[in-house]
Write a protein of this length. Structure first.
Length: 535
């Protein structure tokens, strides 16, 4: 097991927050004692994207857009107005609806049966569960009052607007089985359906999932696993996979680097670097992830597979035969001496580089934090945050590696950098746009990509590093922890330890990434809620 440094040290530390690597703590918790151990879960609102996706699916209106802030737990007055505006907008888009909203012709005479049909149909889909008697009474009262000052159509449209702005739609409220006297309550089937759908599809449950919830199929692990596999087989599940992987790889940015699409490179050093190449880098990485996942690939495949989906610019960048133009894409195998798995792909390497050269500190920190879940201390307040770039340093031509070593050896930072640098140096064969280099772009000096793991095992380059990580129990456990944290949308604490342990065992036993997702969804943490006073 790697040793975490307790000393404050580094400045150029990549992207993750200092506490992001913290996992469940040790304590008196005993797993396997017959009890359900699950931590309290914060109340969550739909994100702007989730709200838009939900409205699109409820109405079958693929062109619907809305301006919504990504607010906190307490909704602001501005956000209330935004929800009202979006509700009014959807009313005005009735010609675009393809899903049944009103179960009758609302242009006719008053029809209370139609109102109840609306409650049982559209409103239940919007709330992701059957309405309670109290909700039906309140909504019918709103309808009746609207009817006194307007037509039947206007009263039904008012009712629709209220539903679209209701907390039951906006929030993923979870009370669990209210007949339970336990602190850890099982979620209702409809609450499980909601968690599952927003995790994998980022939108409201479809009719089949709601029907399974109504029939009680999601209370059973087998039934839940079956629905999970169904959702995973749908193209919409690609969203959750890509979102997690992009966040994990920090392609969307970090503390000290921009997202891939905002990366800047020196045009004199990298004249081929443009928006088209960046888009191709992102597409190539996404295609690799998608194929690995769809083919029931393992964690080892993720870090070792050599297949790549390339167009002309990407084939040139990778130095392989392939398409000759940007519009044509083909699957190819990359050179096994240069590439293997995600960590040797251009999107990742470009993001974790500077404008001119490699960034071994950022790359090394990423491996420690995101591949091994190792904690690192905060940097000293007077640290130099300018990344070392080699070249002419005080009249001497240095490689980036030499510059990094000169800055960090024998200083207050050496404690952490004795872990960071040897890992980061293994990526030195990949320049600032992920292109293979035998001599450094700026200094012209030969590349030294030797390094070692904190345990002392020697490495020659990122291929060997990836190979070691692919069979590392610590790396597998860390990967499972990162996925688990994404699924439950919160920082982990002690009560998450038992569910996490079961999930990690699934990956350790040779399970695929799909198996990992199923293990997360069938875990206690996903199916139960902790009802504590004040929660």
């Amino acid at each position: 097991m790697l040793l975490s440094s307790s000393a404050g040290c580094i400045g150029d530390i990549g992207g993750a927050d200092a506490d992001a690597a913290g996992g469940p703590g040790s304590g008196p918790l005993v797993c396997g004692d017959g009890n359900v151990h699950v931590a309290p879960h914060p109340l969550r609102r739909l994100t702007s994207t989730q709200y838009i996706n939900t409205v699109r699916d409820l109405f079958g209106d693929d062109a619907f857009e809305a301006e919504l802030d990504e607010g906190g737990e307490i909704i602001s007055e501005r956000e209330v107005r935004q929800l009202r505006d979006s509700a009014e907008q959807i009313i005005g888009r009735q010609d675009a609806w393809t899903e049944t909203v009103f179960p009758c012709d609302i242009g006719g005479a008053k029809d209370d049966t139609c109102v109840n049909g609306f409650f049982d149909g559209f409103a239940a889909r919007a709330f992701r569960r059957p309405l309670t008697d109290e909700e039906r009474t309140v909504l019918f009262g709103i309808y009746s009052e609207a009817l006194t000052i307007g037509t039947f159509a206007e009263a039904m449209e008012t009712l629709l607007q209220v539903v679209l702005q209701s907390p039951a739609l906006i929030y993923m409220y979870e009370a669990g089985a209210t007949d339970s006297t336990e602190t850890a309550r099982p979620l209702t089937d409809h609450e499980v359906a909601t968690r599952l759908s927003y995790f994998l599809w980022n939108t409201t449950p479809d009719a089949a999932l709601l029907a399974a919830a109504t029939d009680g199929e999601l209370s059973d692990k087998g039934g839940l696993a079956m629905q999970t596999q169904r959702l995973l087989s749908d193209p919409r599940a690609d969203f959750a996979v890509q979102q997690f992987m992009s966040s994990w790889l920090q392609l969307d940015g970090g503390v000290l680097h921009h997202p891939l699409e905002e990366a800047e490179k020196d045009a004199a050093l990298y004249p081929e670097f443009d928006d088209e190449l960046v888009a191709a880098m992102r597409a190539e990485t996404q295609a690799f992830i998608r194929r690995t996942f769809e083919e029931d690939g393992s964690f080892e495949d993720l870090l070792s597979a050599r297949y790549a989906y390339v167009n002309g610019p990407m084939a040139t960048l990778y130095g392989v035969s392939g398409p000759q133009d940007a519009a044509t894409w083909e699957w190819v195998d990359l050179d096994k001496a240069e590439r293997g798995g995600l960590l040797t792909r251009a999107a990742f390497l470009t993001t974790l580089s500077t404008r001119n050269v490699t960034a071994p500190i950022r790359r090394g920190v990423w491996v420690l934090k995101e591949m091994l879940c190792e904690g690192l201390g905060d940097p000293p307040p007077n640290v130099n945050n300018i990344p070392p770039e080699g070249g002419n340093v005080d009249g001497e031509i240095l490689t980036v590696r030499q510059d990094v070593a000169g800055r960090t050896d024998g200083t207050d930072c050496v404690h952490c950098h004795s872990l960071i640098n040897p890992i980061g140096f293994t990526f030195e064969h990949y320049d600032a746009i992920g292109r293979w280099q035998t001599n450094e772009v700026t200094s012209g000096l030969p590349i030294d990509a030797s390094g070692y793991l904190p345990e002392g095992e020697a490495l020659q380059g990122a291929i060997e590093l990836s190979s070691e990580l692919s069979t590392s129990a610590q790396a597998r456990d860390c990967f499972a922890e990162r996925w688990y944290q994404q699924a439950i949308s919160k920082q982990l604490d002690e009560a998450d330890q038992c569910s996490l342990g079961v999930i990690q065992e699934q990956l350790a036993d040779g399970g695929s990434m799909r198996d990992l997702v199923v293990a997360i969804i069938t875990s206690d943490a996903f199916r139960y809620i902790n009802i504590e006073e004040g929660q």
